[in-house]
Ligand binder design. Structure first.
Ligand code: XIL
Length: 341
């Protein structure tokens, strides 16, 4: 009988998984109930899922996920109040339906900015208000750092219209609606990369200086079997903890390909690849355990290889980034972290 992942890590941190509503029944649900104590919506809490058009809030899928978690004694964390992707285009259109980014008149740009921030404020307060008793951990903004863009902030519509005011507005509204026990995270990928890590650090410092309530950094941690260095992942957590922030691993998976490799193993994943993956998972979790004071939880982006975003990104191909295989059986990587000796 397989040991439970969540129980194996009970003395360290909660173990989570991102799921779709369909995973709340059948074999997948049984696997989740046994192994995880934290759930995240892979898609159904994103802006375009919750408020596809202005004022039209659609709660059904999100409610279902929260109910499943409650029935099974699991925590829920929210992903994500703000993102440049999977967000309704209506947010960024002016009162005449024209894209706000096309506006050249300065006075009108100011009006548009106010309108956008007002919409954002409503979005955040409505959602946080609804779930504040059930959800204590929130991705407030997602992927706002882009070192290659001007000022190091992603040149999204949010930024082009409001500068960094949207980040401020989102955190302040979330704090007001959620209260002090809502943990508010800024979430991003590649946080081990020095350019990204440092720009994120500067942004957070600036925001904290203005009294913007940021509690923690969410590290997506979409990594691969060949990199990045585990030492860099931990170093970045240490750096943010110096600012008094929590760290959370929010979207862990481990691609079996190098990041720039466009091969497809198809049905024949080499044994040494699966072994390499197990060893790297072992090292990663040993490092997480050794740094448990910095780390509030580890959430996988999925639970088994039958369902992973990586099998369609960056291309359609066989992927196997998780601890359970296509048949929901434990892989060597599972045993490597549950029984590392
Ligand atoms: C992905 C989902 O897994 C896919 O189903 C969807 O089509 C696109 O988004 N970073 C994030 C997540 O913050 O929201 C993304 O999720 C994966 C990358």
């Amino acid at each position: 009988d397989l040991p439970s992942l969540a129980k194996a890590f009970a003395d360290y941190f909660p173990i989570g998984a991102a799921i779709e509503p369909s995973h709340t029944s059948g074999l997948k649900a049984e696997l989740l109930k046994k192994h995880v104590n934290m759930l995240v919506a892979e898609n159904v809490m994103k802006p375009d899922a919750i408020q596809p058009t202005e004022g039209n809030f659609t709660w059904g899928n999100a409610d279902q996920l929260v109910a499943f978690a409650k029935q099974n004694g699991m925590e829920v964390r929210f992903h994500t109040l703000v993102w440049h992707s999977q967000v309704g285009a209506w947010f960024f259109k002016d009162s005449e339906g024209k894209p706000m980014i096309d506006e050249t008149d300065l006075a009108k740009r100011e009006v548009n900015k106010k309108l956008l921030l007002k919409r954002l404020d409503t979005h955040v307060r409505t959602i946080v208000g609804r779930y504040k008793d059930d959800i204590k951990s929130w991705d407030v903004v997602n992927e706002v750092i882009e070192p290659a863009d001007p000022d190091g902030i992603r040149a999204s519509d949010w930024y082009k219209i409001s500068g960094t005011a949207y980040i401020e507005t989102a955190f302040r509204a979330a704090r007001e609606a959620g209260g002090l026990d809502a943990k508010l995270y800024i979430n991003d990928y590649g946080t081990d990369n020095p350019a990204k890590r440092d720009r994120l650090y500067e942004l957070i410092k600036e925001m904290l200086g203005k009294g913007v309530p940021i509690d923690g950094v969410g590290h997506q941690t979409h990594i691969g079997i060949y990199g990045p260095d585990i030492a860099d992942i931990i170093e970045s957590m240490q750096k943010y903890s110096e600012l008094g922030l929590d760290n959370l691993v929010t979207e862990l998976d481990m691609s079996i390909y190098a990041w720039n490799d466009r091969r497809d193993y198809g049905a024949e994943i080499p044994d040494e690849v699966i072994k390499l993956q197990a060893n790297r998972y072992r090292e990663l979790f040993e490092a997480f355990k050794a740094n448990k004071d910095l780390l509030k939880g580890v959430v996988f982006w999925g639970i088994a290889d039958d369902h992973t975003w990586l099998s369609s990104f960056p291309m359609k191909r066989t992927e196997a980034p998780l601890l359970f295989d296509q048949q929901l059986h434990a892989k060597p990587a599972f045993w490597a972290i549950v029984d590392p000796s």
